[in-house]
Design a protein around this ligand. Sequence first.
Ligand code: KG4
Ligand code: ZN
Length: 371
Amino acid sequence: MKLIVPAIPPPCFKPYSEDMNILGIETSCDETAAAIVTGDRQILANVVYSQLEEHAPYGGIVPEIAARAHIDALDGIIAETMRRAGIGFDDLDGVAATGGPGLIGGVIVGIMTAKGIAAARDIPFLAINHLEGHALTVRLTDALAFPYLLLLVSGGHTQLLIVEGVGAYRRIGTTIDDAVGEAFDKTAKMLGLGYPGGPAVERAGKTGDARRFALPRPMKGRPGSDFSFSGLKTAVRRTIENLPPGPVAATDAADICASFQAAVSDVIADRTRNAIKTFREIHPRGSGLVVAGGVAANALLRATLKQVAAEQDMRFLAPPQALCTDNGAMIAWAGIERLQLGLVDALDFAPRPRWPLDPDAPKAVFAGVKA
Ligand code: KG4
Ligand code: ZN
């Protein structure tokens, strides 16, 4: 007997095509960003509004201020993005927004806006994992094939991930305490260099002597690929306390910044070498080492990683800076990758403050203690 199964009506959305236009929205931290990306990897517009000025007086991001600033800015940013792309809402074939992880107030603003547009225009809605946005950017810029090894270094994350496919990630290293961007920001704050700290530390360190202060290299030489930066931050604080009282002299600040960056680069090189070994054991013909996230702007770090990749005969890829820091294009692109696989989200998607890319990853281990 032939069983008659009622056909499930296919979604009435237009399937993926090279000329489709996808709007991407990013609001998970302190950037209000939107972009239009096409199915054939063209970025038609990419607008990022940084809330730096709103948060600068507090020396760090204040979540409530961030959420309000997203509400104020997002509509205008989307309108400007559409204007620069030269398209209207009728030309949109989908809308993707960061659904987490991140500061929940901001994520809600982006997700609600995206749902509203999707419902009004009857187009697909895609809730994107922010980390997946970073992880897939290199496929937007360079069409890199899976699998590859990704070092994600930002203000909130320090992870080594094997990217095997859309939605298929293996985390092989993470920080047991602070993220590396946080360590840059705290170092800058202790030295009175302002916020965000990364660019300020890099600038100040240019003229400094990296050998003057012997700062620790946490986790260096240990098996595995986990990170720790809180000990380094404490060592910077002690170094500053041991200087003559009063404001830190510019030359001392320069030497501390140079020494700090040298320690960070050393640690990251060591951890990444181990990660490459693990990656190669799993994927002997894996294609490349990719760096992403705000800290990927750091010239010393880039140069160090380039060298590590060359030593190991790996291709090294670093997306352009504007696509390494938070932006809407990476969210739109992750949306396009998902649409190609038919992965559309329902309008009852709930924003997620926490959303690991690899939920099965073992926790970081430090001296036998699980963090
Ligand atoms: O990816 P991102 O824009 O935002 C998230 O945290 O998701 O990264 C911001 C982080 C901040 O901690 C900032 O200090 C750091 O990236 N950063 C840098 C540099 N530029 C930005 N760190 C080191 N050197 C830089 N040139
Ligand atoms: Zn980010």
